[in-house]
Design a protein around this ligand. Structure first.
Ligand code: FE
Length: 339
């Protein structure tokens, strides 16, 4: 940390020289919903002098807006909380490829679109949690969640949730549609209750005793360490976690993605912001403020996330498949009656 301010000063000096060629402000359409993202954009403004106007809404609403605005859209950058949502943006033609040596050198290939239409900026692990006092041998894989043993014991949120859609999209990619459908039906058969609430509520279900196994993104659990998550923090000691599929492809990762919009009125400034998102400062922000896993290798984790330990993430199932299979996943969820 001690060398960091000096580095930052250099970046700032460089940016000050480069700033006159760039726009005064840019517009970001983002489906991230974290108040702390203010500080992320403020830092970019500090480094470059470019103000960031952020419009937050659900990804589908933002894509519809981009489509409706067409060539006249003021948006420069699109940020989606999960790669599964960018399929619609791709189809709608509202994104454009971004050529950046900075981004391609920092972000691993499997976290980027093959034609640089978008790239990942931060990851969240979607993993399996369990009640230690009621589960002796927890399920080791996503596939084994459908075992008879877990009948009536699993809490998982609704299928309208993008995290589950991406998880199923990955299973479609790995096993094919038929097996993925059987898996989804198997989960429905094993649910402890009809899907309700967000990921935190699935973990609360472990504490309340409503379920023995829960599927949730890692940071909802990490937030519990802070001691002020009602219905969760008090029960943290009895919750164990499993990194799924460690003998195979690894744990499923949800990917936050960023892209340049097709109509971007300020392409140079958009590029500057997108490159900033891969900078050490921004990557540390994602790790520290929202307990995510940085997309850039070698950036450290925050204390809470580090407590979860090391694991193998799925880096073999191309993340573009989550976007490509998103529609199929939704169809399967509807077919099997996953609310
Ligand atoms: Fe989330």
């Amino acid at each position: 940390m001690t060398h960091f301010p000096r580095k930052l000063a250099l970046v700032t000096a460089f940016a000050a020289l480069a700033a006159p060629a760039l726009a005064d402000s840019i517009n970001v359409y983002s489906s991230r919903h974290y108040d702390s993202d203010d500080s992320l954009y403020q830092e970019f403004t500090k480094q470059t002098g470019i103000e960031v106007n952020r419009i937050e809404a659900k990804a589908d609403e933002l894509i519809a807006r981009l489509e409706a605005e067409g060539d006249n859209s003021p948006a420069d950058v699109f940020i989606a909380v999960d790669v599964g949502r960018v399929a619609r943006a791709e189809e709608a033609g509202v994104l454009q490829p971004l050529e950046s040596d900075v981004i391609t050198s920092r972000i691993p290939q499997h976290l980027r679109h093959p034609d640089n239409l978008w790239f990942g900026v931060a990851q969240r692990a979607r993993i399996i949690f369990y009640a230690k006092d009621r589960v002796e041998t927890p399920p080791a894989t996503y596939e084994s969640l459908t075992d008879e043993e877990w009948k009536g014991r699993i809490c998982i949120r609704s299928s309208s949730n993008i995290y589950n859609q991406s998880l199923l999209a990955s299973l479609i990619e790995v096993h094919g549609e038929e097996t993925a459908r059987e898996w989804a039906a198997g989960i429905v058969a094993n649910m402890a209750r009809p899907p309700q609430g967000g990921d935190t509520d699935q973990l609360r279900g472990l504490v309340s005793g409503e379920c023995d196994v829960a599927v949730a993104n890692h940071y909802y659990f990490v937030r519990g360490f802070d001691g002020n998550v009602e219905g969760l923090s008090d029960g943290m000691d009895n919750i164990g976690w499993i990194w799924p599929n460690q003998d195979g492809r690894g744990a499923h990762m949800n990917l936050t993605v960023a892209a340049q919009t097709a109509s971007s009125p300020n392409p140079e400034a958009a590029k500057a912001l997108l490159e900033f998102l891969t900078s050490e400062w921004a990557q540390k922000y994602f790790a520290g403020q929202t307990h995510e896993y940085p997309a850039v290798p070698g950036v450290g984790l925050d204390e809470g996330t580090a407590r979860l330990g090391l694991f193998v993430p799925d880096s073999t199932t191309g993340t573009d498949a989550y976007s490509r299979n998103a529609a199929k996943a939704q169809t399967i969820f509807n077919e099997v009656g996953w609310d």
